[in-house]
Design a protein around this ligand. Structure first.
Ligand SMILES: [Zn+2]
Length: 233
């Protein structure tokens, strides 16, 4: 693989995601088996540190982002686990190209890697960074707002989480979104910052969607796609 930023050649694994079989978390972190493959979601150039799903491609602004002082500082940030740094590096590139919501997503993914390593203080900081990026971009849709609520709850920002959830409920969101928000509000009330599955928010007929008995899941779409459609309906 040739790095599109610096031209260095390196060996990289081509990642082909498999459809998740388990329901995602409330922040749409996919269920297993996809959940456990985060180490392969991004490639990273061993020379310049550019990180992306495919480092042979780069936005014209990527080289500038990679050369910036904050990017170089991030690569040397020894207190951050290497996998978290890779997602944050991709987030910085996305932020530089103006893709703030995608940068927020990559930053949330860095939080997931911190969760997996048992680093709650880092996960909390990354979640709050992700929320700030989401809020600095264009207006959020219902699905993104649910993820902001969940990030705030898991970062123990109870009041902000509850207010954000209630504000979206007042806008009469789709039923599935309302159900997830109702669960979020119960969890916030109970000061529960743990991870929970979307399956626990949805009513029984939709609780265990599967192609064999749930016609609403389209062929090849997978549970995540189905949920995304639910949220966007
Ligand atoms: Zn490079």
């Amino acid at each position: 693989m040739i790095c599109a930023v610096c031209g260095t050649e390196s060996r990289q694994i081509l990642f082909r995601p498999s459809a998740p079989e388990q329901a995602p978390d409330l922040d749409l972190r996919p269920g297993q088996p996809l959940r456990a493959t985060m180490g392969r979601w991004l490639q990273q150039c061993p020379n310049c540190g550019y990180a992306a799903p495919d480092i042979s491609e780069a936005h014209p602004a990527a080289a500038q982002a990679v050369a910036a002082a904050n990017f170089r500082a991030l690569l040397n940030e020894a207190s951050h686990p290497p996998l978290a740094r890779r997602f944050l590096a991709w987030a910085l590139v996305l932020e530089e190209t103006g893709a703030l919501h995608a940068a927020a997503e990559a930053t949330l993914q860095a939080a997931w890697t911190a969760d997996d390593l048992g680093r709650p203080e880092l996960a909390r900081a990354f979640r709050l960074d992700a929320v700030a990026l989401w809020r600095s971009g264009p207006p959020l849709d219902a699905e993104q707002t649910v993820r902001v609520v969940d990030a705030l709850r898991r970062a123990e920002e109870w009041e902000d989480a509850a207010n954000t959830a209630r504000a979206l409920l007042r806008e009469n969101p789709p039923e599935a979104v309302a159900q997830v928000l109702a669960l979020e509000l119960r969890l916030i009330e109970a000061r529960d910052a743990a991870r929970h599955s979307v399956a626990s928010a949805l009513p029984p007929p939709a609780r265990r969607p599967h192609v064999s008995h749930q016609g609403s899941v389209r062929r090849g779409e997978g549970l995540l796609g189905w949920l995304r459609r639910l949220f966007r309906r």
